[in-house]
Write a protein that binds this ligand. Sequence first.
Ligand code: NIG
Ligand code: FE
Length: 401
Amino acid sequence: MNTLWRNANLTTLAEPTGWGQITRGALLTEGSSLRWVGAEADLPAGLQVDAEHGLDGALVTPGLVDCHTHLVYGGQRAAEFELRLQGASYEQIARAGGGIRSTVTATREADDGELYCAALARAQALMAEGVTTLEIKSGYGLSAEHEARCLRIARLLGHELALTVRTTCLSAHALPPEFEGRPDDYIAAVCAWLPGLHAQGLVDAVDVFCERIAFSPAQTRRVFEVARRLGLPVKLHAEQLSDQGGAQLAAEFGALSCDHLEFLSPAGVAAMASAGTVAVLLPGAYYFLRETQAPPVAALRAAGVPIAIATDHNPGSSPTLSPLLMLNMACTLFRLTPEEALRGFTVNGARALGLLDRGRLVAGQRADFVAWPLDHPNQLAYGFGQHLEARSIVGGQERPA
Ligand code: NIG
Ligand code: FE
C-alpha cells in the first residue's frame, strides 16, 4: 500500500550535519518504509497512490528513539528524593540498602498485572511525546525468574503498542540482598542465566552498571564475555559517578553505547571513537542527582563520537517521561545545539540500539515520523515543560491519539 503524506515542513536529518529542511514537503510510504521524500513540487509525475493525507504544514521530524529506559518496575522513590534534598547522596542511600534495592523489593512484590499496567502508562506517556522506538532494560528483578518476568513485560509492550521495543538485560545492575557480600557469586549467577533468557528470545542487548556502588570492570568483563559468546551486543552504564575505565572496556567489546559518562576520561573518549561506540548522555539523571560535572561534550564532539540523548526513565535518578524536556536539558545543561539534541534523540539514539534503519527521513528508512504543531525544529528543545499534541506515524500507519 502506497500512502502520500502532503504539506509537511520536513526536518529530514538526511546529512551528517544540518536540519535537512524541506518546506512544503511530502513523504511517500510503502508499507512500513519510506519510499520517497522531497518537495511536493518534485513529486514524480503520474504517481499512483492508494491513500493521501495532509499534514497541515506541520513540522515533521523522524520519530523519537528513547534508547535508554528502565521502564518496568514497582513502587516509586519520592521519599528518597526528600532524603537527598536533606543532604543524603545517591551513593549513601544505595550503600544503606535503599536506592535500586528498594525498587527491587517493590518489583518482586508487584504482580504481573501491576507491573504491566504501570509500564504501559509510562510507555504511553513517552509515545504521546513522539517516541516511536523504545529501549527497556531489566535490572529490578535480579533473579532469573524476576528478570525474565520484567523482560517478558517489555516484550509484551512491544507487541501490544504501535512502537518498536528493544530489550536490554541489565541483571548486573545491583547486588540483590540474597547475595550480600558475594558479588562474584552473583555475577556467576547472572552469567549462568543469561543464555536461558536469550534462548527465550527476551534479550536484544546486555548492559552492566560498572561503578563503585555496583560492579567492577573485572565483573563487567565476565558478563560481556558471555554476551559475546551468545552473539549479543553490549552497552554500559559507565563513568556516571566515578571514572572506572568502563568506556575502554566496553569499547574493547565493540559496545553499541556507553551511557551517562560524566566522569569519562580522554582515554575513554579515544577508545569510544575508535570502536564507533555511541555516547548516550542522560541529562535527566544529571539534573535530578544534582551532579556538577557534565560529560565531556566538547571532547566527544572533537573525536567524532556520535552523541545520543535519552530519558533514562527510572524511579531513582530520572523519573521523567518527557523526551522534549531532555532535549531542552541537553542544550542548557550539556551545551548541545538544538540540532545535536534532536539528532541524539533520533538517528544517534537508533544507532545506540544497533538500528540503522531509522532516525532520518530518507527513502529506504522505516516510516516512523512525527508531526508537531511547531514552525521550526529548534522549537522542540526550546519550550521546556511544553505539552504538544503530536501526531505519530509508525511503520507507515498513523497511531491513534
Ligand atoms: O541509569 N545508574 C544506574 N541505574 C539507573 C538508576 C537506577 C535507580 O536508581 O533505580 C540510572 O541512573
Ligand atoms: Fe540507566
